[in-house]
Write a protein that binds this ligand. Structure first.
Ligand code: 2AM
Length: 188
């Protein structure tokens, strides 16, 4: 993968990819959720990921790749596993961002996240002060009641991935669908 200089803004984010085993389990969770909820925009399983940092519209590809390199310098591979169904609440109307949480190397993940925030801040990216809650988004504006929450939480999840790098993605909407293109990968 090559990082190239551009003067055109791109919508970028840095994320951790998922294993095939995780995608298989997530496909099952997503299907179960669709059957039990109304409305919602569901994320296609091939687009699912763990966002580390949303960068928004920027053309600073060189600085971002440099920050990724610095942040990963002292990081060693670690394991993450799927944990359970959960959601972020929207204010009213019962609409939620439906998600799956992760477990395992959360300390390592937190150190990586902080290292990335610091390296980006050194290069002029304003710090994201929201608490980092690692998750995989299943869908947005999903509506269901609390019985469904309990049922969804009972789905057993165990798939894992060895995290051995992070990827910078460009996000583009093509004919109403989100397309995520990897631009740069930093391994550790
Ligand atoms: P999320 O799924 O964890 O919410 C690519 O668009 C990724 O960047 C999404 O998966 C989303 O992460 C995150 N993202 C998009 N818009 C965002 C925003 N305004 N603030 C924070 N994260 C955002």
């Amino acid at each position: 993968m090559t990082v190239y200089d551009t003067e055109v803004n791109m919508r970028l984010f840095i994320a951790i990819g998922l294993s095939d085993g995780m995608r298989r389990e997530l496909a099952g969770v997503s299907k179960a959720l669709k059957e039990r909820s109304s409305g919602g925009r569901f994320v296609p399983v091939e687009n699912m990921h763990i966002t580390l940092r949303f960068l928004g519209e920027t053309d600073a590809l060189y600085d971002i790749a440099d920050a990724m390199r610095e942040a990963c310098r002292d990081i060693r591979p670690f394991t993450l596993a799927l944990s359970e169904y959960d959601f972020f609440d929207k204010a009213a109307g019962g609409k939620r961002t439906a998600l799956v949480t992760v477990r395992g190397g959360l300390n390592e993940l937190s150190i990586l996240h902080e290292a990335l925030e610091a390296a980006l801040a050194d290069r002029g990216f304003p710090r994201d002060h929201k608490r980092y809650v690692p998750h995989i988004t299943l869908g947005r504006n999903v509506e269901h009641d609390e019985l469904v929450t309990a049922e969804m939480k009972r789905i057993p999840l165990s798939a894992e991935t060895t995290v051995s790098g992070i990827t910078l993605f460009e996000s583009v909407r093509v004919r109403g669908r989100m397309v995520y293109t990897p631009l740069h990968r930093e391994r550790f």
